[in-house]
Design a binder for this molecule. Structure first.
Ligand code: SF4
Length: 459
């Protein structure tokens, strides 16, 4: 039995790409193992958004080096943003890490499959029924199989587009993931149907600027039509999408979110900073007032919506006054979640090249902490409004003896019940306690199951 191992760092896009590689390795007859050191094929899917993520890759490669020396047959593949799109980065890595057999750009899986197929042809001929293998390969484009160790998931990430045409000055993604390109809507719908057939109830559509889905072929309503098509997929319960850019959140898209019952009232739209000078230096293409109007428009169009945002603190040139703008904006808009990060210049970005990283680390940490405390209070207040209310959750599984699920607008809810397996079911629960990060709830008496969903099928 040949074994493979995958590790990924970073975003949901990397998670989805890793799943795809795993599925392809399983088609070749490989079986998953948790232990990289025991594997015949190891895939490391990398992230360079922060230095710490990059360092973890180098650490993992260092740990694998003696194993590869002892077992030269082991295949090591490195993919993702560390490798990037062009040959320049890969060539440098090839020199630094000759032990790596295959380098792959983000979202690419073919080079590893080709490498293994070429290398393993004799073995495959003996161990695998080649006609069955050929059939599986034909089905490959039509059907995405979840890797075995991922079966039973009720939520799956589905990349709908790759790359980004923007040039936010702090961001390395366009350099590493290339130009924006949308997948075909037909392929996405087929893939989602296939995932639903494997037990998935909820999909997260992924793109660097997902609200630009279809723009590269001139279709400015691409995401709206895709959402409406997916809304009609039988057996699919919930659809979410991220990450949106404030400049492309059209009325049509918001109306689709409001009207299509399977599209959740949950919008992730990063503001990044709350002062126009910083936004301009980041080259984000909108002002704080544009963002205020957007939040107002989202809330007016989509009742009960939760809005999530991303914020970078301590960006190059961010003064106390600029930072205060971010504090004021968050206090005013009261958003449901803010993903906070300290600015860290990434080599190759515009800001790293031409702007001084002039906010000291201790000050960045202070700003981060201050926003964190503020959000803590804001979200605790928002969530307290749910106390005593009935909310519908899709149950994801067990956590510390309780059932864990999410509301339509992405609030995390726990409840207790020993009578049945609730995994994958939609259920109405009554909120009994709220905090900033989660809620506790109980099943109402008499209990109502909103909709029975067939338990997940493995295999
Ligand atoms: S929109 Fe800006 S932050 Fe987002 S991926 Fe593109 S360049 Fe990076």
């Amino acid at each position: 039995m040949r074994r493979y191992h995958t590790t990924f760092w970073g975003c949901q896009m990397n998670e989805a790409d890793t799943q795809r590689v795993a599925a392809e390795l399983e088609r070749l007859g490989y079986v998953y193992t948790d232990e990289a050191e025991q594997a015949d094929v190891v895939v490391l899917n990398t992230c360079v958004v922060r230095q710490s993520a990059e360092d973890k890759v180098y650490g993992k490669l260092g740990a694998l080096k003696p194993v590869k020396t002892a077992r030269p047959d082991m295949v090591i593949s490195v993919m993702g943003c560390l490798v990037g799109q062009g040959t320049k980065q890969a060539d440098a890595l090839r020199k630094a890490y000759p032990m790596v057999d295959v380098f792959m750009s983000p979202s690419e899986t073919r080079p590893l499959v080709d490498f293994l197929q070429a290398r393993d042809m004799d073995r495959l001929a003996q161990e695998v029924d080649l006609s069955a293998l050929a059939t599986r390969y034909q089905a490959q484009d039509e059907e995405l199989a979840l890797p075995t160790h991922e079966r039973g998931r009720i939520q799956a990430n589905v990349p709908v587009m790759y790359g980004c045409d923007h040039v936010c000055t702090f961001c390395i993604i366009p350099a590493r993931r290339g130009r924006e390109r949308s997948r075909s809507a037909d392929d996405i719908v087929r893939e989602v149907r296939s995932l639903v057939g494997q037990g998935v109830k909820e999909v997260m559509l992924l793109g660097q600027i997902v609200d630009r889905f279809g723009y590269d072929s001139g279709d400015h309503a691409g995401l709206s039509s895709l959402l409406r098509r997916l809304n009609a997929v039988d057996g699919l319960e919930r659809i979410r999408f991220l990450t949106s850019h404030p400049s492309y959140m059209t009325d049509e898209l918001l109306e689709t979110v409001a009207e299509a019952p399977k599209v959740m009232e949950h919008i992730n739209v990063p503001v990044q900073a709350g002062h126009d000078v910083t936004l301009q230096r980041m080259k984000r293409g909108y002002t704080t007032d544009d963002y205020r109007r957007l939040v107002e428009r989202i809330r007016r169009t989509v009742p009960n919506v939760a809005i999530h945002t991303d914020i970078i603190v301590g960006f190059a040139g961010e003064t106390d006054e600029h930072f205060q703008g971010t504090v004021d904006l968050l206090r005013e808009l009261k958003l449901d979640k803010a993903h906070l990060a300290m600015y860290s210049p990434r080599p190759g970005t515009v800001s790293a090249k031409i702007m001084a990283d002039d906010v000291p680390p201790t000050e960045k940490a202070r700003r981060l902490h201050l926003l964190d405390e503020l959000q803590h209070t804001v979200v605790a207040d928002i969530n307290a409004r749910y106390l005593g209310q009935s909310v519908q959750v899709l149950v994801e599984g067990r956590h510390k003896g309780k059932w864990r699920g999410r509301t339509r607008n992405d609030k995390l809810v726990f409840f207790e019940d020993a009578t049945r397996d609730w995994t994958g079911r939609l259920v109405d629960v009554e909120v009994t306690w709220t905090g900033p990060w989660s809620m506790q709830a109980r099943l109402p008496q008499p209990m109502t199951v909103e909709r029975e969903v067939i338990p997940l099928v493995a295999g």
